[in-house]
Design a binder for this molecule. Sequence first.
Ligand code: NI
Length: 255
Amino acid sequence: MNNIFDSHAHYDSEAFNDDRKELLGALQGQGVCGIINCGSDMASSLASLELADEFDFIYAACGVHPHEAEGCKQGYLPVLKKLSSEEKCVAVGEIGLDYHYDFSPRDIQKTVFEQQLVLAKELDLPVIIHDREAHEDTLELLKRYKPKGVVHCFSGSVEMAKEIVKLGMYIGLGGAVTFKNARKPLEVAAYVPDDKLLIETDCPYMTPVPHRGKRCDSSYIPFTAQVLADARNSTPEAILDLTRKNANKLFGLEL
Ligand code: NI
């Protein structure tokens, strides 16, 4: 069945340099119907659009990741606006806050995040949010700007998930739910309403157990779907069906 919709991937990563085309060419035969490839700066946003141009089932998100906020802050906005207006760009992302690594100063992360929330509104596009150890500030900004979109690789509490759902946003869950220490993500997995769940890889990272440590790609999603199904008293096929439906709805696609 072709019902794997990977809502968050980075196939422009150099981890795929040796076999990108062959790998992507084979994924549809392994059940993958759609992929959102997320940019993290202007170069990777452009690379995402190029992959989307080449493969029908790949769409792009263009944006500046909090890690790159410091490096991108000068003059990126008109470039991003142009890239985000391309036909195969279906979201602004990934954008947000990362207080775990703090690779960019927090005030700059916030400024760049807010500028992109405004841009997404202007272009009527959903956002793909990265929030690592920045739950409070992320939630505050989402409440202020009320974007459509998804909080990817969700790592907050059930209480925060409820706030996100109340805003009408989606919760993206990936390989982290399969890790041994995954208590909180599993509580969230059990809670998320059927119509607000997305599944993702964040590949080449976050490879699900039992393949943790290997390079990840979208064909590993069934391992994550199995764990989500267990947490929700459902089946992997039902999880894949509903996350496919939700991703199509959020990104305005029919894959
Ligand atoms: Ni990512």
